[in-house]
Design a protein around this ligand. Structure first.
Ligand SMILES: NC(=O)c1ccc[n+]([C@@H]2O[C@H](COP(=O)([O-])OP(=O)(O)OC[C@H]3O[C@@H](n4cnc5c(N)ncnc54)[C@H](O)[C@@H]3O)[C@@H](O)[C@H]2O)c1
Length: 357
């Protein structure tokens, strides 16, 4: 095992790129070596704030630098696949922002490429490392919920259609989708992760675009809401609700930026139910239902814990928590939600099998 600092390059200097850079500053075993950013003023601001050794005008130049060991891809969604594939081909470990790719078939290629080259592919899902998620997971691992049979996964906003540089969020060819691939993926992953990542087997879903009047971008051809019912091989089910825009009722609290907003997850087990917001355990105690407010054990930074897990995986100290296999399952669920939405039928999830290689 090498003791040299892992040299990390950040690709894309928007909000997530800045979060990854911030936490790298706190990690002794790694160095923020470089940043690739096409927008020169953004790159300069990033350099002044986070002090990487090098700035590159685009990601391909960063990937050509042999000094870089690992990259963090924070590009618009349609560039995740080409940048991650090019990074793996250049021998770099990859931490890629969500969504992992635009679809499952792209993710199969990345999984194969990483495995063939013995490199780490890791998809960013910092919420898995949040104080409440870690405590909920620990209670579930202690079997406090008993057998899990149902989960509600919710991320809804009343007025929250994102813009992004160049309006790519609302254009299907560059984003891969709307509310579902942007925020629904977080809610779905939270529920699926707490359930123990069971194998998805079928999806029934509906997707909608109802709020064209809220969008200034030139193109708006993605969904602003999606609703799905997903079955797993172990018999458990998830109900997912997500929206960028909806006329939400007043039990959804007012958020800071996007009107009414709720990002929540509730996992139902035979012995107890756990809800993330407000963080509570609803437990059967000798036949009576008892509500128990929960307090997370610490307030550690989820981006930092995620980065530490990625770096430990790069050094071979621990397996990656957010691995390529799980990224593929997530993309299969998203593909099936879009297909079910467009056909109006329940869609079986056929495993995208490993390709020969
Ligand atoms: N984990 C989270 O909570 C979270 C939050 C927000 C966004 N994201 C994800 O992060 C990604 C980026 O989102 P964003 O909001 O920062 O978008 P953004 O459009 O604000 O930023 C993307 C950046 O990439 C740069 N870029 C584009 N092409 C490039 C190239 N060839 N080489 C180098 N730089 C290039 C752009 O100039 C821009 O600064 C998205 O995939 C999004 O889904 C994740």
């Amino acid at each position: 095992m090498s003791t040299r600092k892992t040299r990390v390059g950040i690709i894309g200097a928007g909000w997530p790129g800045q979060q990854h850079a911030r936490v790298l500053g706190a990690i002794e075993e790694a160095e923020l070596y470089g940043c690739a950013e096409t927008d020169a003023p953004r790159a300069e601001e990033f350099r002044e704030t986070y002090g990487p050794r090098k700035i590159y005008p685009n990601y391909r130049e960063l990937l050509r630098d042999p000094a870089v060991d690992a990259v963090v891809i924070c590009l618009p969604n349609f560039l995740h696949f080409p940048a991650a594939r090019a990074a793996l081909e250049a021998g770099k470990h990859v931490l890629c922002e969500k969504p992992p790719t635009l679809n499952a078939s792209e993710m199969v290629v990345l999984r194969e490429e990483a495995s063939r080259r013995g490199l780490v592919y890791f998809f960013s899902r910092q919420f898995r490392f949040s104080p409440t998620m870690r405590m909920a997971r620990s209670l579930i691992q202690q079997a406090r919920l008993g057998q899990i049979y149902f989960a509600e996964a919710t991320w809804v906003r009343s007025r929250g259609i994102p813009q992004g540089i160049g309006g790519w969020f609302t254009e299907k060819s560059r984003s891969g989708g709307g509310a579902l691939i942007d925020i629904g993926i977080h809610a779905l992953d939270a529920a699926w992760f707490l359930m123990g990542t069971p194998r998805p087997v079928s999806v029934s879903a509906a997707v909608f675009r109802n709020f064209d009047q809220l969008v200034q971008a030139a193109t708006f051809d993605v969904e602003d809401a999606a609703f799905a019912f997903i079955r797993f091989a172990n018999g458990a089910v998830v109900q997912l609700k997500t929206s960028w825009a909806a006329n939400l009722t007043d039990e959804i609290p007012e958020g800071r930026y996007f009107g009414r907003e709720l990002n929540n997850c509730t996992i139902y087990g035979r012995k107890a139910t756990i809800r993330l917001r407000p963080f509570t355990l609803f437990e059967d105690v000798d036949g009576t239902l008892a509500d128990q407010p929960l307090e997370p054990a610490d307030q550690a930074d989820p981006f930092e814990l995620q980065m530490r897990n990625f770096l430990d995986a790069v050094k071979g100290i621990t397996p990656p928590m957010n691995d390529a296999e799980q990224a593929l399952y997530l993309m299969e669920m998203l593909d099936a939600i879009y297909l079910s939405g467009s056909t109006g039928r329940e869609v079986p999830i056929a495993r995208a099998e490993k390709t020969e290689g």
